[in-house]
Design a protein around this ligand. Structure first.
Ligand SMILES: NC(=O)c1ccc[n+]([C@@H]2O[C@H](COP(=O)([O-])OP(=O)(O)OC[C@H]3O[C@@H](n4cnc5c(N)ncnc54)[C@H](O)[C@@H]3O)[C@@H](O)[C@H]2O)c1
Length: 327
């Protein structure tokens, strides 16, 4: 795929979403918000119908929060989303395909074989997979150089990160083009230079989960205090600065930080092995604490609260973006 390819004209440009469940619906809204025509396909026609119905109120909420941009209304954005019952119809004229079928490597292989059969040499075939490396389901394809993982974070309209994971055979132009597209639709892409189990986000997240577990298992503190340390200690800075920048500002630059604290950090981390099993009495302790906070039967209510908080943070970050002294 040549890098000098002409830029897409949005009104003529179609995106196809394959699988219209939770994440497929979110992608449909993000692409439509950016002006693209979106065709949503699913093996289950009811899912397509559900996606078309569910996206309108979600877009209305985004409009009310000022997150649709360009003064567009939710119904204008919604009109750009259509459903279709045939894969070939969805892919017709699409320059970007976003696969969103369930997380199962055999299913991804099957779906990508079907996409490969219908793909032109110009289309990008992106998978939303959360943890399957693209080489596991694209190796044998004719168009394997056009395949990439573009992994969003739920809910993507409030959390903008997209992890781009190329297979060893992904064309660099495909990586670049997908990165530009993600930026254009308002997301924040990061690119892995090579495949890695857990990509970036989950490698960081799992390190935190493991240490939280160890703190409770070793009787150092309660599950509630682990969560308070996160929410009231680490998270406020991390919602607008990354790990390395926090280090940079917490001393006279990152060199000074590592000089002052590096040896102690290494000593602490050397004591943080081996990985623990997430089961047994520690699981009972953590479960008891979480049940006391939110009984499982009330999780939906708490999820609504979480999404409200995330929406408020997204609005705040959007407002601050224009005022950021670094921009
Ligand atoms: N849910 C999340 O929080 C989240 C976050 C990031 C990435 N992802 C990834 O996104 C992908 C989709 O996850 P989801 O949560 O939206 O799943 P989901 O179960 O909500 O939706 C999957 C949809 O795919 C459809 N489908 C199944 N087989 C199909 C086929 N052969 N062709 C077309 N459609 C088919 C199903 O009917 C369903 O509508 C997964 O790979 C998942 O790991 C999920």
């Amino acid at each position: 795929m040549a890098e000098s390819k002409p830029k897409f004209i949005k009104s003529d440009s179609r995106v196809a979403i394959i699988g219209s469940g939770l994440i497929g619906r979110c992608w449909a809204m993000l692409f439509a918000r950016a002006g693209y025509s979106v065709c949503v396909y699913d093996i289950d026609a009811d899912q397509v119908k559900g996606a078309l119905e569910a996206t309108l109120p979600m877009l209305s909420t985004m409009e009310a929060k000022g997150l649709l941009g360009d003064g567009q209304t939710s119904s204008e954005v919604h009109q750009r989303i259509t459903g279709c019952s045939q894969l070939s119809e969805a892919m017709e004229g699409a320059f970007h395909i976003q696969e969103c079928v369930p997380e199962n490597v055999e299913l991804k292989k099957k779906v990508f074989e079907s996409l490969d059969e219908l793909a032109s040499d110009m289309v990008v075939l992106a998978s939303s997979t959360s943890c399957i490396s693209p080489s596991k389901f694209t190796e044998k394809l004719k168009h394997r150089s056009q395949c990439i993982v573009a992994h969003p974070v739920n809910p993507p309209y409030y959390i903008s990160l997209v992890e781009l994971v190329p297979a060893p055979w992904t064309d660099p132009a495909v990586i670049q083009r997908t990165r530009s597209l993600m930026t254009e639709i308002g997301q924040s892409p990061v690119t892995l230079k090579k495949e890695a189990n857990g990509f970036i986000l989950n490698r960081l997240q799992y390190a935190l989960i493991m240490e939280a577990w160890r703190l409770v298992e070793d009787g150092i503190c309660s599950p509630e205090d682990v969560d308070t340390a996160m929410v009231e200690g680490l998270a406020p800075r991390y919602s607008f600065m990354g790990i390395f920048e926090v280090m940079h500002l917490n001393a006279q630059g990152v060199n000074d930080y590592c000089h002052r604290y590096g040896a102690n950090i290494t000593t602490v981390c050397e004591s943080q092995t081996p990985a623990r099993q997430l089961s047994g009495p520690t699981l009972d302790t953590v479960n008891q604490a979480m049940e006391a906070r939110t009984p499982v039967k009330e999780l939906d209510k708490r999820r609504k609260w979480r999404d409200e908080r995330l929406a408020a943070l997204a609005v705040h970050k959007k407002e601050m973006a224009g005022k950021d002294i670094q921009k």
